[in-house]
Design a protein around this ligand. Structure first.
Ligand code: NAD
Length: 479
């Protein structure tokens, strides 16, 4: 069994504790590697290495830093197949999804921020008797903490802008899916990234994650994960007046109007609901349908959902793989039981899954669709983060908007209509940080990415990320 190592001061090293936990392949329920349990001693070493590397790294030209990022991006591309297979093994997602989405995006993240930093300019304000210009200085040593659902994709989404803008980084991937972060550390070594610029510590959230966040030498925390964890990080960081970027949970509404292109909408929403087993923070989970087309939509949607194939992630004909862990499968199943208790009618989901000898113990679940749930019930209010959606009915635009906004989360929404004015009206009033019209997860890396309400604080993406990882300093010169 492979043993994962931390990446500190440019080297792969075992954890100080010499303790490990198993990393499980969710499609087989078997351990395939061991994850280091890092502690304060590892953090101390990583911090010292990062602080030592910082002066030189932060003073490199943007072009020189960008060149390192481009090298890393190219190496991700060269290792696409190995990385995709590793990501699939660790998360349970179809290898085809990792091959076409996760890994190419990780490469794009590095490349995008390499280009972005060379174009990043700061403002100047000329007055009658003076001119002001604003410097944007890196912050120092920052932390990047990421979740398990899109492991390398979200890990690099944070690390790339942090490094590009001249910071040194202590990064912690999820202990549930650490494997591609380990492969990424090997890629950074191969790319010749200077020692200490990036340090990757493996281990659990409550231990090493918490130790990183508690440490006052960490100048900013960029976090993606659950809302409860985000709240803890915000509480710890607030007294330090430390910058935090929090990308948290979602309970994303989709609004389907009678004038939509029904076939395209059904296809779009099957994808929005069940891509990556529904384990994407942006997945649609509450689908609101205008009463005039409710039955038509339902029939077509259920037919397509029933046709989705669930099974071995390495079989390219499968649309969905396994859920990430036994614990997460239990959580999602508990919501399915809850939906039934709350009066929901199950439209599909309990069909049997055909598994082979290899995958028979895996954490597979068919996509579940409910109807007849009230808007305020827990199933319609809480994040499930799995292949479970509800169909709900509305009478008019005002009601659709009000039902969509009655939720503590505010990450992403989608609107399905052929009425452009309506799309603008709702886009303006819906309480989510991201709104897609007649599409889902159509991403342009230049746009602000993030949520409102309990879905987080701040925005990632494009210049927003570079602004987050820098401190503006205004200099005023009198003529
Ligand atoms: P999580 O909050 O349990 O863990 C996320 C990361 O934080 C992991 O690396 C974990 O080890 C670490 N962590 C846990 N406790 C910590 C602590 N006390 N201090 C410091 N670090 C700690 O989330 P998860 O279960 O890995 O991910 C699922 C959640 O992530 C869902 O709620 C999902 O919506 C959210 N998510 C949000 C986005 C977004 O962009 N908004 C994207 C993906 C996932």
């Amino acid at each position: 069994m492979e043993i994962i190592a931390n990446y500190i001061n440019g080297e792969l090293i075992p954890p100080h504790s010499a303790k490990y936990i198993d990393d499980i392949n969710p499609a087989t329920a078997e351990a395939f590697d061991q994850i280091p349990l890092s502690d304060e001693e590892d953090l101390k070493y990583a911090l010292a290495s990062a602080e030592k590397a910082y002066p030189e790294w932060s003073e490199l030209s943007a072009k020189d830093r960008a060149d390192y990022l481009i090298k890393i991006s190219d190496l991700i591309k060269e290792n696409l197949e190995d990385l995709a297979e590793a990501e699939s093994k660790d998360t349970g997602k179809p290898v085809q999804l990792a091959r076409t989405v996760d890994i190419p995006r990780a490469s794009s993240n590095m490349e995008f921020f390499a280009h972005a930093i060379t174009q990043f300019s700061s403002e100047s304000h000329a007055g009658k008797d003076s001119i002001n210009y604003t410097l944007r200085k890196p912050l120092g040593v920052v932390a990047c903490i990421s979740p398990w659902n899109l492991p390398l994709y979200l890990f690099t989404w944070k690390i790339a802008p942090a490094l590009a803008s001249g910071n040194c980084v202590i990064a912690k991937p999820s202990e549930i899916t650490p494997y591609t972060a380990y492969l990424f550390s090997k890629i950074c070594i191969e790319a010749g990234l200077p020692k200490g610029v990036l340090n990757i510590l493996h281990g659990t959230g409550p231990d090493i994650g918490n130790a990183i966040v508690q440490n006052k030498r960490i100048k900013a925390v960029s976090f993606t994960g659950g809302t409860a964890t985000g709240r803890k990080i915000a509480e710890i960081s607030a007294p330090m007046f430390r910058k935090v970027s929090l990308e948290l949970g979602g309970k994303n509404p989709a609004l389907v109007f009678g004038d939509c292109d029904l076939d395209k909408t059904v296809e779009g929403l099957v994808r929005a609901s069940f891509t990556n087993q529904g384990e994407i923070c942006l997945c649609a989970s509450r689908i609101y349908i205008e009463d005039s087309i409710y039955e038509d939509f339902k029939a077509k949607f259920i037919q397509k959902v029933k046709a989705l194939k669930v099974g071995s992630p390495s079989d390219n004909s499968n649309n969905m793989g396994a859920l990430v862990s036994a614990q997460h499968l239990e959580k999602v199943k508990s919501y399915i039981a809850l939906a039934k208790e709350e009066g929901g009618s199950l439209l599909c989901g309990d069909e049997t899954i055909e598994l082979n000898e290899h995958t028979k113990n895996g954490y597979f679940l068919r996509p579940h669709v409910f109807e007849n749930l009230s808007n305020h019930c827990r199933t319609n209010q809480e994040e499930i983060f799995g292949p479970v959606v509800s169909l709900n009915v509305f009478k008019n635009e005002q009601e659709a908007l009000s039902l969509a906004n009655q939720n503590e989360y505010g990450l992403a929404s989608s609107i399905w209509t052929s009425d452009l004015s309506r799309a603008h009206r709702i886009g303006n009033q819906i309480e989510t940080g991201i709104v897609w019209v007649n599409c889902w997860m159509n991403r342009d890396l230049r746009t602000p990415f993030g949520g409102m309400k309990n879905s987080g604080l701040g925005r990632e993406g494009g210049l927003e990320a570079l602004r987050f990882f820098t401190e503006p300093k205004n200099i005023c010169i009198q003529y």
